[in-house]
Design a protein around this ligand. Structure first.
Ligand code: IPM
Ligand code: MG
Length: 361
């Protein structure tokens, strides 16, 4: 019997998006059955193809579906031809969803991915990047000013924006089990406080907020040193909090250390609204070649289930996805693509879920 139901916005995305989102929905259908809840999917037309067709990346009605749903699952978006007049990419949705809906916390877990040949295979890696999602240098998106001689973008750091993202990082640290190296709960503030006044301000606010969490270790690191440490000493890290652009860059670096960003999920979370997506792009060049890797998308769905409170289902999805990639039945190529593509992975994952059905209630 189904006793719990959720409205889920669904954005298939561009490029490989429909392949990996479709495969993930197949998995979610099996999860619904195994865990006795209902996911009412509400498809939303959005992304770069939508932009090319309509001049907007998402309609007001589409935004309303995201706002009115319990959570939204989003595929990667973007197409080479979709451009704004200022030369930047159009149809990406970050401005619409992250900024307009004030989804200020971008949570990007980086952990070892069983079954993938990773450059840092021997290291115990399990940390969370908390990327500020509405300010920083990205606040300048669409607002850069200049002419054909000079252009400037402005990096924005506000007190309330920084307080809430730093608090979120410490709350996440309290929920986790500590850094792999020593088991200590720790939040690392990553900045360039040595060079930029805005980042020095970010660090000062970090220290103020940290004082309210004496049970969690607080430290800071300049972003360049952090890039090195994430490669040489990743087990030291538990939670890292940082400005928007730094979070964009260091999450791809972190993803590389565990075998590539194809397997990395993320959640964009506000006070009462959230969407979940892989951190990689839409890879239009490989769309339709049956090689798209749905791992990051499937793990994003697991994060969404956690957010909905369906933690047993979330854990099961992570387990079966990890299992399908490590029992030799899914072959990952060195560039992150998979043999057989998203559908082949979905089939293996669904079979594992159906075979186990361990959590039948
Ligand atoms: C990400 C992506 C986006 C970003 C792009 C698609 C605009 O790289 O979510 O990390 O830069 O934030
Ligand atoms: Mg990125």
């Amino acid at each position: 019997m189904t006793d719990r139901g959720y409205d889920i916005g669904l954005i298939a995305g561009d490029g490989i998006g429909p392949e990996i989102v479709g495969a993930t929905v197949r998995v979610l259908c099996e999860v619904e059955r195994a865990f006795s809840f209902e996911l009412r999917m509400r498809p939303i037309d959005a992304g770069a193809a939508t932009f090319l067709r309509t001049g907007r990346s998402i309609s007001d009605e589409g935004l309303e579906v995201v706002v009115g749903s319990d959570a939204t699952l989003k595929g990667p978006v973007g197409l080479p031809d979709a451009r704004h007049a200022d030369g930047t990419e159009a149809g990406l949705l970050g401005g619409e969803l992250r900024n307009r809906l004030d989804l200020y916390a971008n949570l990007r877990p980086i952990r070892r991915l069983p079954g993938v040949a990773a450059p840092l295979a021997s290291a115990d890696i399990d940390y969370l990047i908390v990327r500020e999602n509405t300010e920083g240098l990205y606040a300048s998106r669409g607002r850069g000013v200049g002419n054909d001689w000079v252009v400037t973008d402005t990096l924005l750091v506000t007190r309330p924006g920084t307080e809430r993202i730093v608090r979120r990082a410490f709350e996440e640290a309290r929920r986790r089990g500590g850094a792999p190296a020593d088991g200590k709960s720790r939040v690392t503030c990553v900045d360039k406080a040595n060079v930029l006044r805005s980042m020095y301000f970010f660090r000062q606010i970090f220290l103020e907020v940290a004082a309210g969490y004496p049970d969690v270790e607080a430290e800071f690191l300049h972003a360049d040193a952090a890039a090195q440490a994430l490669v040489l000493d990743p087990s030291h890290f538990d939670v890292l909090v940082m400005e928007n652009l730094l979070g964009d860059i260091l999450s791809d670096l972190g993803g590389a250390t565990v075998g590539g960003i194809a397997g990395c999920p993320s959640g964009n979370i506000g006070e009462d609204c959230a969407y979940f997506e892989p951190i990689h792009g839409s890879a239009p060049g490989i769309a339709g070649t049956n090689t798209a890797n749905p791992r990051g998308q499937m793990l994003a769905a697991a994060m969404m289930l956690d957010y909905l409170g369906e933690t047993a289902a979330a854990g099961a999805v992570r387990d079966v996805v990890d299992g399908a990639f490590s029992d030799g039945s899914v072959e990952t190529l060195p560039d992150g693509r998979v043999v057989g593509g998203a559908d082949a992975v979905a089939e293996r994952v669904v079979r594992r879920l159906a075979a186990g059905r361990p959590m039948e209630r």
